[in-house]
Write a new protein. Structure first.
Length: 76
């Protein structure tokens, strides 16, 4: 759980690194779920992974980038 909380904190500090960290963290949870036969937990981990990937993609390519501190370029 501490790793997940750290991932949330990291996402607030640096969204790209935070989302990538969160996706990697879900791989740990997915492995745990599969080894302990907790199928619902495995499904949840996959869904979280998909959402983190979507959020990373939207942050890098979508309209959210304008509101994340990216300044428009001024003309030369």
């Amino acid at each position: 759980m501490a790793v997940s909380v750290f991932g949330l904190w990291l996402t607030g500090r640096n969204p790209r690194v935070g989302w990538v960290f969160a996706i990697c963290n879900q791989q740990l949870w997915l492995t745990y779920a599969l080894l302990t036969h907790q199928w619902g937990f495995a499904v949840q981990s996959v869904v979280f992974c998909l959402m983190y990937g979507r959020n990373l993609w939207r942050w890098r390519n979508g309209p959210l980038r304008q509101s994340c501190g990216t300044r428009p370029r001024s003309p030369p």
